[in-house]
Design a protein around this ligand. Structure first.
Ligand code: ZN
Ligand code: ZN
Ligand code: ZN
Length: 369
């Protein structure tokens, strides 16, 4: 276990809200709530909402029946006031009363539209913006404890990939293989499988193909992109590409170019390098191999308590990398009707270069058909 200083996070969020000119942050269940106070509450129709005000103490508004759960979470040990509401009370008015006089509030990025609108009705005339502008700034710079948690997640998904070759055989369907992988994701140290992509043969040309009833055939290339969430709440996400028998010389040449592009993009990671530069290196490298038109998505995304979060590794994102930022580097090529490939690692920007969390070999994994 890695201890987390939730009080420091709350103080930073409160100060950030003040700097952003917000009178309050209103945080409903989701990754922001878990990040700020360790409360992994299930999003439900009843309102649970952490109210953070610059210069004031935070209050957790919760249904009375959730008080025990809130107190049992790390939030309960922080000395945060818990204001409960009974089934017949109006929790939105309760929140409105806590932020009386506010002109502008930040709402958790994943807040349900029904709650956004109920808060608007309870606080007419108050500007609503996303709290992400404050909290994403914090969440995208990982502490050493968070990097350790991401490493645990990466180790767990590495162990799953180590078992994938034994699951691949001519005649097995993507769905059968995917079911086995989902079980392994949990068995190897996640609390749940978040996604399982087994994209064989021509299905590999669709980056987010999940699984289908297509049976594996000799000569297939198979893109396996999988991830889950660990008990600490951090996500894994790793892609390796497998070949069931000989995928052909043209494929092998393209794969070699992809491997070089993924390595080149990883090597350029260091503090101060713009996110878009990492994307450009991958894109230029694939372009030089004639594969530029077939690399149809950004190079990567941040990862932490969510699989996709800031910073995004994409053209147009001039944000400079900083020590502790964690993100995927996952170039691929997708040839419609034929095949696809992707190589994906989670990389942390270290003080003098990349720290690659996934350690499975990046070569095409050849499996006897
Ligand atoms: Zn994706
Ligand atoms: Zn992935
Ligand atoms: Zn990814």
């Amino acid at each position: 276990m890695h201890p987390v200083d939730f009080s420091a996070r709350l103080a930073a969020a409160s100060a950030g809200a003040g700097r952003a000119g917000l009178d309050a942050l209103l945080i409903t269940p989701g990754p922001d709530l878990r990040y700020l106070v360790g409360y992994d509450a299930v999003p439900l129709e009843r309102l649970t909402c952490l109210v953070i005000r610059p210069g004031g103490d935070p209050t957790l508004v919760a249904p009375a029946l959730e008080r025990a759960a809130a107190e049992a979470s790390p939030a309960g040990g922080l000395g945060i006031a818990i204001a409960t509401w009974q089934e017949t009370e109006d929790p939105y008015a309760l929140v409105g009363g806590l932020v009386a006089g506010a002109r502008s509030v930040g709402l958790a990025d994943h807040m349900w539209a029904s709650k956004v609108l109920a808060l608007r009705a309870a606080m007419p005339g108050v500007d609503q913006v996303t709290a992400g502008r404050v909290i994403n700034e914090m969440r995208m710079r990982k502490s050493p404890a968070e990097v350790a948690a991401l490493q645990d997640a990466a180790d767990a998904i590495d162990r799953v990939h180590a078992s994938v070759p034994a699951l691949l055989a001519v005649g097995r369907t993507e769905r059968e293989v995917g079911r086995d992988i989902a079980e392994l994701i949990v068995a190897e140290g996640h609390v749940r499988a978040d996604f399982v992509i087994v994209a064989s043969g021509p299905n590999g040309a669709s980056p987010h193909h999940e699984t289908s009833d297509r049976a594996l055939q000799a000569g297939d290339a198979i893109v396996v992109d999988i991830g889950g969430t660990t008990h600490q709440g951090y996500c894994s996400d790793e892609t390796r590409t497998y070949a069931l028998g000989d995928p052909g010389g043209e494929y092998l040449a393209a794969y070699a170019a992809l491997q070089a592009a993924q390595a080149a993009a990883t090597e350029v990671v260091r503090p101060g390098v713009p996110c878009e530069r990492v994307d450009e290196v991958a894109r230029d490298s694939l372009g030089a191999a004639g594969l530029g038109d077939f690399f149809i998505h950004r190079t990567g995304h941040g990862i932490g308590l969510e699989t996709h979060e800031e910073p995004y590794i994409v053209e147009g994102n001039a944000l400079g990398l900083e020590e502790g930022m964690a993100f995927s580097i996952e170039p691929g090529f997708y040839i419609p009707g034929a095949y696809g490939a992707r190589i994906e690692d989670i990389v942390v920007c270290g003080a003098d270069g990349p720290i690659v969390l996934n350690r499975r070999p990046r070569d095409l994994v050849m499996v006897e058909p």
